[in-house]
Design a protein around this ligand. Sequence first.
Ligand code: APR
Ligand code: ZN
Length: 248
Amino acid sequence: MEKEKIKQAAEMIIKAEYPVVLTGAGISAESGVPTFRGKSGLWKKYDPEAAVSIAGFRRDPEPFWDFAQDLLLENDIQPNPGHIALAELEKLGIIKKIITQNIDFLHQRAGSEEVLELHGTLNRATCLNCKKKYDWKDLVPVIEAGNIPECDNCQSNKIKPDIVFFGERLPQDALKQAWQAAERSDLMIVIGTSLAVYPVASLPSVTKENGGELIYLNVDSGQQDYLFDLIIKGKAGEILPEILKMID
Ligand code: APR
Ligand code: ZN
């Protein structure tokens, strides 16, 4: 059954003028990065308002750093075959843009270049007090030792990764480019996201309203199944290489 759908997806992608991809935590699940919702989701263990809200962080950064330990530091995460297949489809000139909610930088590490990070990136950090910039890799040893990073310029403990916290605006330029890509796209492939968080969750409707088609790739059903022309149940790391094989 899924074999037939994989063939259908490959045909839709080949036919499309401007296919774009929208990804969420599910595409990184097979790299060992925990997702947010679902039975073992991070929001079962942490209250997002306390752990990843800007008001909470300004009050006390500690809950965030506990959360960050779980999110990315538990293991040395690597791009998986799903990320790699998408990078290959970009190299073949097929996929035009990846719009992602993920902050793990795995699309770029797999070789994708046209990536719009709508929820920011853990790859960089900024001191909220004096605006000094940091690279994530410089902070990892301190966090792995279970400490809170301290700014070496102003000694504050408010070094915050460049990710969008609850209560913060999304990066406006990236959001504008994502909206334009969704409007221009005649096919959006939505991978590994529950579509629970707006405004990103509005993007599939933007493509649909402009006459585009939609493919949903997920291990589960989602909140907007009615919108989709094709729904493939399966793991991104397994299905995407199959689709690539049919195209390449
Ligand atoms: N392959 C495909 N889909 C998968 C896989 C997999 N291997 N594993 C899990 N999924 C699906 C789940 O079924 C779920 O629908 O990935 C989705 C993950 O959903 P969420 O955990 O809600 O993550 P996401 O949609 O990215 O969350 C959006 O919410 O908390 C905020 O800022 C956070 O960017 C995040 C946003
Ligand atoms: Zn500082």
